[in-house]
Design a protein around this ligand. Sequence first.
Ligand SMILES: Nc1ncnc2c1ncn2[C@@H]1O[C@H](COP(=O)(O)OP(=O)(O)OP(=O)(O)O)[C@@H](O)[C@H]1O
Ligand SMILES: [Mg+2]
Length: 255
Amino acid sequence: MVLMGRVVAILNQKGGVGKTTVTLGLASAAANAGRRVLVVDMDPQGSSTWVLGVDPSEVENSTAEVMGRISAAKAMMPSAWGGEVWLIPSSPRLLARDHGGSPARFREAIHAVADQFHAVLIDCPPSLGSLSTAGLSAADHAVIVVDPSALGLRGISAVADLVDEVWDVHNPELQLTGVVVNKVPAISGEADRRYDELIRIVGKRAIWQPVIPHRVIVNEAIGDRRPIHAYGSRSADVSNAFDQLWAKLRRATKA
Ligand SMILES: Nc1ncnc2c1ncn2[C@@H]1O[C@H](COP(=O)(O)OP(=O)(O)OP(=O)(O)O)[C@@H](O)[C@H]1O
Ligand SMILES: [Mg+2]
């Protein structure tokens, strides 16, 4: 039997808002709590693959092949972050998959391995094309990442529309489960105004608490290819925020 409910697509068409950071922050929190997660890299840029210690250009079986005929079991591999965090890596071949591939087959492939993990986190590319559609088709939950800037909020309705469309056409299990706000500055009237605007767009209940603060250590961890929890007290506020979001995700995926 397929266990439902634990596959989460993390998305936004806007680049650089923190989809990869949130995916990896949740993976770091999960590993820190002794939970197994699978990160599925849908982005041809391969950022999460690279941060998890794998070179996308040397990958034999990637997400691109899982969108074709290869099983997820064959493509998944342990990451350099230790035994809890597994990866289906990206490869440059994903670019060619940005048109074509069967969303239904991809969902089936991902769900065939999902019950081996406490959560499957799908890091989507900054677009609303076939790759994000495939990611959403495989998911039970969509989580949108935004940053509290005018540009960060533009286009959220288009993302919500894609979630609706995939729900309608490919995947009746899909829910828009939450909005994660990332890169929140310590004190900023502008960010506060944007936050209020976000509440008007998506509703207060959709916004997950806590928000993720803007911190240099986040950049550093990505550059070092290490989990945010590896930095102890230097990253405590960010790690704690991800711990709470992970707990929230666990509640949502068990519901
Ligand atoms: N909370 C944060 N504090 C400081 N820097 C951050 C934070 N979140 C993300 N960043 C930085 O912002 C940049 C973009 O983040 P990230 O790669 O996670 O975004 P993305 O949405 O996945 O981008 P893309 O659309 O290219 O996939 C990275 O350099 C990252 O280190
Ligand atoms: Mg990314």
